[in-house]
Design a protein around this ligand. Structure first.
Ligand code: FAD
Length: 479
């Protein structure tokens, strides 16, 4: 079966694909968005369950790009609220403020450990005056910035929980991009003598959030696409991409009406880059296919609990560094927006970083829920089993593109191959195999749309190239 041709087919109704579709529809381009899921939003969707609203892990909106900032504000208007960030780290059976405050860290770690960290940091700075170390891995980078003692205390456990591999196998590039460029010296100074003029306030955090959940970004975009005459087809999976030489001609789709081919003039894909390369017909050269199969992702499980209490934490996020507790991060949606829960009730979203097919991924849902409640009760003291009204589990494959040592060479082969098609743009976090946040994902959608309209020729891979993008972070947080 074949359907009538579209000018642009967009694969994926997450923020990237829908931003591209929105801009294309504003220019009256005949556009169809194909989304395999039953709702829009991709990884940044909001799932509604019995009056409770859950994001796939807490998603705050933050951008340094003025155009994306305006785009977000125009899109959501009075749905936007400002949220104060208060986060803590759980480690060694106690809580540490995040960002770290010296008094809290001193009493938490003990004077001996703190002194050892400061001495180690001081001697590192002196050694660095005489000796230039080669920085290859995340472990090298963090140890060189903060000292090896602090690396072991505050970076190693959590980072290895997020990534599932040793810090010596993670690229330094990821740390340089995601961990705050702020030095320990400035962090300590800011904590002891907070600046009054607001100039050095990068550790204090407020962020924008849609009051009905982060999924509202994609929902509003999809509404606009449809209002402008575009189509969003849910439950529609692209299974193959047909091409003649360097021109993509159609996609094969499995949808609610069965299988069909959709002829197209141009393709904009936010499906994982590796899957796109493997979906090409005729098939990609063997070398490209091998590279695509070798690039790995880290996967995610969220356990969502509905709780018969008005509130259980004061935090936006709690990071569980403790290696003896399997869960990685917790957020309480009502602390982001009161409208995420029914009156008088609260909820928790608990994140497990894992590999598809691994032990945690394969646990059945009830066992995961039981493990979560047990740890929240016995280890963290947030709730009792009887407080939990209901719970469900969401498994998200390919949540994090992995920056393992050696990945750049593999990625280059895939990017070069996909880039050889003249009427194809790839967008978003997975379409570019980049650790992109929503603002980057939206930006790639905007750029790709303009490229497809013939207005510009700018590579989407240039987005999120700047080092130290997240100036407000001093720890890797796994967004
Ligand atoms: C735990 C976690 C926390 C995060 N926190 C933050 C945060 O605080 N702030 C922030 O800015 N960002 C955050 N992010 C990043 C954010 O989720 C992503 O940047 C954003 O969702 C990426 O949008 P996208 O459109 O590129 O991809 P996605 O949201 O994944 O959308 C891609 C869509 O393509 C669809 N698709 C895939 N394959 C096919 C196919 N073959 N056919 C049809 N459809 C297909 C998928 O179903 C999906 O809907 C976080 C990510 C994670 C995992």
């Amino acid at each position: 079966m074949s359907k009538s041709a579209v000018d642009v087919c967009v694969v994926g109704a997450g923020p990237a694909g829908l931003s591209a579709a929105y801009i294309l529809c504003q220019s009256s381009v005949n556009t169809a968005v194909l989304e395999l899921g039953g709702q829009v939003g991709g990884i940044s969707r909001t799932v509604v369950w019995d009056g409770f609203r859950f994001d796939i892990g807490g998603h705050r909106f933050f951008t340094k790009d003025d155009e994306v900032d305006r785009f977000f504000r125009d899109l959501l208007g009075d749905e936007i609220i400002w949220v104060n960030r208060t986060s803590r780290i759980f480690y060694r059976n106690r809580y540490f403020d995040y960002p770290l405050k010296p008094a809290n860290a001193l009493f938490g770690m003990g004077i001996g450990t703190t002194a050892r960290c400061l001495l180690d940091y001081g001697s590192l700075k002196v050694k660095n005056l005489f000796h230039h170390r080669e920085i290859v891995s995340l472990e090298d980078w963090v140890s060189n910035e903060f000292g090896h003692e602090l690396f072991k205390l505050f970076f190693k456990n959590y980072t290895e929980k997020v990534w599932g591999i040793d810090c010596s196998r993670i690229c330094a590039e990821w740390a340089a991009q995601r961990i705050k460029g702020l030095s320990l010296r400035v962090a300590v100074k800011e904590a002891l003598f907070p600046s009054r003029n607001g100039k050095v306030t990068t550790l204090i955090d407020k962020f924008m959030y849609p009051r009905l959940g982060i999924g509202r970004i994609s929902e509003r975009l999809a509404e606009s696409v449809t209002a402008l005459g575009g189509e969003v087809r849910l439950g529609s999976r692209v299974t193959a991409v047909n091409h003649e030489g360097s021109v993509v001609t159609s996609v094969e789709v499995e949808g609610p009406e069965g299988r069909y081919a959709l002829p197209l003039k141009r393709l904009c894909s936010s499906m994982p880059l590796t899957e796109l390369a493997l979906a090409m017909r005729p098939e990609a050269p063997a070398e490209v296919a091998t590279a695509a199969r070798s690039l790995r992702y880290r996967d995610l499980i969220t356990v969502n609990l509905m709780i018969n209490r008005p509130r259980v934490t004061d935090d936006t996020w709690i990071y569980i560094h403790d290696p003896t507790i399997t869960l990685g991060r917790i957020h309480e949606p009502r602390n982001w927006s009161a409208e995420m829960v029914p009156a008088g009730k609260t909820s928790l979203v608990v994140e497990y970083f894992c590999f598809q097919g691994g032990e945690i991924w394969n646990m059945d849902d009830q066992a995961l829920i039981d493990l979560t409640i047990e740890d929240l009760d016995r280890r963290l003291g947030f709730l009792k089993k009887d407080d939990v009204i209901d719970a469900f589990v969401i498994r998200t494959a390919k949540a994090y593109p992995m920056y393992e040592l050696g990945y750049e060479e593999l990625l280059r082969k895939v990017v070069d191959y996909v880039g050889s098609f003249s009427n194809l743009e790839t967008v978003g976090r997975y379409g570019t195999y980049k650790y992109n946040n929503m603002d980057h994902s939206i930006k790639t959608g905007m750029l790709a749309a303009r490229n497809l309209l013939g207005e510009t020729r700018q590579s989407v891979f240039d987005v999120n190239r700047a080092r130290e993008y997240h100036e407000e972070k001093i720890l890797p947080t796994g967004s």
